[in-house]
Design a protein around this ligand. Structure first.
Ligand code: GRF
Length: 197
């Protein structure tokens, strides 16, 4: 079985879309893959309770309880590796991960970013896209490498920018597409991994 571990920080709507796709599309039967665990750096993340309610192991690892980033990263590796993940999925995980962490999961860690990368890496992507006068916006799923938000692109979804758009309105339009894009890209990766088994 190829285990998938998902990291979240907040509402976890992408995580929910992935879990729902895994159930509806029978990732277990098709790809020999299952969502093994959801881990949040915020104990009050809404998504944790939801994941637990679906029977998935869900736990919090509060980054504020650690003296520094390296200690947190090390504890996070331990929590994740208990589930022996074939794929580590960042879904709205709002912590920058250090080089040792990124190296440890090299080739098996992916992220979703709410812009058409390589444009608008980092934060406030929707506001910056509007300020730049973009006529399209979107989201990107990419492999995670040491270059923040700049690992190889695995898939993108494009949405129009509409007259009078606010960052919030644009974010909501992009998020709908994130929920379609992320499960589709993951299914593709898992299918490839299943073929290689
Ligand atoms: C998404 O827009 C994602 O692209 C970004 O943070 C947001 C997380 O949303 N990295 P959710 O927690 O999946 O609802």
């Amino acid at each position: 079985m190829n285990n998938v571990v998902i990291l979240i920080s907040g509402s976890g709507s992408n995580m929910r879309a992935i879990v729902q796709a895994a159930l509806q599309e029978d990732w277990s039967g098709r790809y020999g893959a299952r969502i093994a665990a959801v881990i949040s750096n915020k104990p009050d993340a809404d998504g944790l309770a939801w994941a637990r309610s679906t029977g998935i192991a869900a736990e919090a690892l509060d980054h504020r309880e650690f003296a520094n980033r390296a200690d947190f990263d090390e504890a996070l590796v331990q929590a994740i590796d208990r589930h022996a993940p074939a794929l580590l999925v960042l879904a709205g995980f709002m912590r920058i991960l250090g080089p040792a962490f990124v190296g440890h999961y090299h080739g098996r860690m992916v992220n979703i970013h709410p812009s058409l990368l390589p444009a608008f890496t980092g934060l406030h992507t929707h506001r910056r896209a509007l300020e730049a006068g973009c006529t399209v916006a979107g989201a990107t799923v990419h492999r995670v490498t040491a270059d923040l938000d700049l690992g190889p692109i695995l898939g993108q979804a494009v949405v129009p920018v509409l007259p009078g758009d606010t960052p919030e309105a644009l974010a909501a339009r992009v998020l709908v597409q994130e929920h379609r894009l992320y499960p589709r890209v993951l299914a593709g990766l898992l299918a490839d991994m299943a073929v290689k088994l």
